[in-house]
Design a protein around this ligand. Structure first.
Ligand code: F6R
Length: 608
């Protein structure tokens, strides 16, 4: 999804902009550009290729001289990927340059108005109306022109703007799109997220919706939409650039897979004091929790799959009806929610547009909202009544791994915390889940230590044309995620089925040699799953089974078997997903796919 960087300082801006854009590549983009204010006006350079090309075109930025500038990676929405549509966009008089993330919903109306006044547009984008409005409202005061232009915009935007008449001043505005400010003695920065600037400064300021930041090399001032000055707090980022770089791995995805024991440990252990689970600053206290009669879990993609695990765990432990819904469906279906509803919102980025909209809908209905988010200060974190952070660190690969694992870990932790308060489940059962949860990092590590076996399996299975994942209960929840992981990075068609559904249609697709991956770790339903394995085997399927150690009955049925360590029956989800992250990675590697940046996908989906 689009990424923004901006710089105002004493040194040349372009090298910082290019480095920042490179750090934002992980968000997904199809074109990019930078604009620098040089002595004789604003100079831009754009590309429909990678940032590497932009670096080559500008001699690593040396060709664009100027100490203030803005940069952008674009993920096309309005208009095809092209240099004309790539940002930054200039006003017709070339006095203003603008980068934008989000969608200006009333851009057609504004375009019509401006066109009637004689403006001709160079791009098909919604963004271009912004520099044109700035030119229209400019009467010698940059800040004033920005406030007037922004007042005309409907939709979502994070904007970075420079003006030839104010050679030091960079103005940033945000509404429903991510944007942060980085501060340092040498320079000040804007960026879509911390990754872009963490190598320069760890001091950041989160700007809220409707706020305006005015940056110069000397400092940053903040204003609300009515131009009243604001005092903002500086936060210090607690991870460094090494955490956002590959650390010796060929791909971010593998680095992040390998980080999971540490990420899960950090997420779980930071909430455990003795045997007590404490979530800091949680407004959902015992009284409120007792009042809850329904839980809605809402998310997109893998975060939704984590939510499916959550549904099984919550219903089992809390005995509270739990619905899990896709945010894009939830937001438009007039959901049934009220003050007795707990809406759990899950999002790694904290910026997913549909998830954010669903959160707002739940709030509007009076539900108590609790978000499980990885990015501190993100829009979803800020909008929710409560937030529990997953301490996964920055996730760069487009396909989530540690993000998903830490989300599931938080769901377990929360379920144990709530079940202890509500006494809704057998005490011994809850406490053994608690103990097993603490052993999770060690058990994940055991699976990772055997990654060569999974690599060999991936090599042996090659490039199946199409395959099926089957499972029941928690195994089914994991099969959804395993299937998505495989298809998104290896482009192999795969489907996840609740194993009991096979007979209701899908089994007609099982034929000689069809690969079926059977997840059979959920103890209570192992025998049922074994019957499903026999059914597909009888029709010629090539079976890969995943079971917990000791379930050797499967050896005579499956062509290949993956064993995961024994754990609490409810906790298997956290373990059995790991071999399939590895499997997907290796299949994709052998196929030569772009593992970290799969085609057509973006890391942070900030438009619907
Ligand atoms: C798949 C993947 C996506 C995200 C989804 C939601 O590997 O990463 O399906 O899970 O786009 O993103 P977040 O969690 O940032 O809201």
């Amino acid at each position: 999804m689009c990424g923004i960087v901006g710089f105002t300082g004493k040194k040349n801006a372009a090298p910082f902009l290019l480095e920042g854009l490179e750090k934002l590549e992980y968000r997904g983009y199809d074109s990019a550009g930078i604009a620098v204010l040089a002595e004789n006006g604003i100079k831009t350079k754009k590309t429909v290729e990678r940032i590497k090309t932009l670096k080559e075109k500008t001699d690593n930025g040396a060709q664009l001289c100027g100490t203030i500038g803005i940069g952008h990676t674009r993920w096309a929405t309005h208009g095809a990927p092209s240099e004309e549509n790539a940002h930054p966009h200039l006003s017709p008089d070339a006095k203003f340059a603008v980068v934008h993330n989000g969608i200006i919903e009333n851009y057609l109306e504004l375009k019509e108005e401006l066109a009637a006044e004689g403006v001709s547009f160079k791009s098909e984008t919604d963004t271009e109306v912004v520099p044109c409005l700035l030119e229209k409202y400019y009467e010698g005061d940059f800040f004033e022109a920005v406030t007037k232009a922004v007042a005309r915009l409907e939709g979502s935007y994070a904007l970075g703007i420079i003006c030839t008449d104010c050679p030091d001043t960079l103005i940033a505005v945000r509404k429903f799109s991510p944007l942060i400010i980085g501060v340092s003695k040498e320079a000040n920065y804007i960026a879509s997220d911390v990754t872009a600037i963490v190598s320069q400064t760890k001091e950041v300021i989160y700007i809220d919706d409707g706020e305006i930041a005015v940056l110069s090399p000397e400092g940053v001032s903040f204003f609300d939409k009515d131009k009243n000055p604001l005092q903002k707090q500086i936060s210090v980022v607690n991870w460094d650039i090494n955490a956002a770089e590959k650390g010796g791995y060929e791909h971010f995805m593998m680095k992040e897979i390998m980080e999971q024991p540490r990420s899960v440990e950090q997420t779980v252990e930071s909430r455990i004091h003795g045997r007590e689970i404490i979530f800091e600053n949680l407004k959902l206290d015992e009284g409120k929790l007792r009042h809850i009669d329904k839980i809605d879990i809402v998310a997109c993609g893998s975060a939704y799959h984590a939510g499916v695990v959550g549904k099984y765990v919550f219903e089992e432990l809390l005995r509270i009806p739990t619905l899990v819904d896709l945010a894009s469906e939830y937001r438009y279906r007039n959901p049934l929610a009220n003050s007795k509803t707990l809406t759990v919102i899950i999002s790694q980025s904290g910026e997913t547009a549909d998830t954010l909209a669903a959160l707002k809908e739940a709030k509007r209905k009076g539900a108590h909202t609790l978000s499980i988010v990885n990015v501190v200060g993100s829009s979803i974190a800020k909008e929710s009544d409560d937030v529990i952070y997953t301490w996964a660190g920055p996730e760069i690969a487009v396909a989530t791994t540690k993000g998903y694992s830490t989300q599931v870990a938080v769901l377990y932790l929360f379920a144990i915390w709530a079940a202890r308060i509500l006494k809704s489940s057998d005490e011994e059962y809850i406490e053994s889940l608690f103990d097993s949860l603490r052993e999770l990092p060690e058990n994940i590590q055991k699976i990772l230590d055997n990654s060569e076996d999974i690599k060999a399996l991936a090599e042996k299975c090659g490039d199946p044309h199409s395959l099926f994942f089957i499972g029941r209960n928690i195994d089914y929840a994991v099969s959804l995620e395993a299937s998505l992981k495989l298809k998104e990075i290896s482009y192999i068609h795969s489907e996840a089925y609740a194993a009991g559904e096979l007979k209701h249609g899908t089994i007609s697709l099982i034929e000689e040699g069809r690969t079926v991956i059977a997840l059979a770790c959920y103890e209570k339903l192992f025998d049922k799953l074994l019957s499903n394995i026999k059914e597909v085997k009888a029709r010629g399927a090539n079976i890969i089974a995943c079971v917990t150690e000791g379930h050797s009955a499967v050896l005579s049925e499956a062509n290949d078997v993956i064993f995961i360590p024994q754990t609490h029956p409810l906790l298997t989800a956290s373990l059995e997903v790991i071999p399939f992250q590895l499997y997907s990675y290796y299949v994709s590697l052998f196929k030569g796919c772009d593992i970290d940046k799969p085609r057509n996908l973006a890391k942070s989906v900030t438009v619907e």
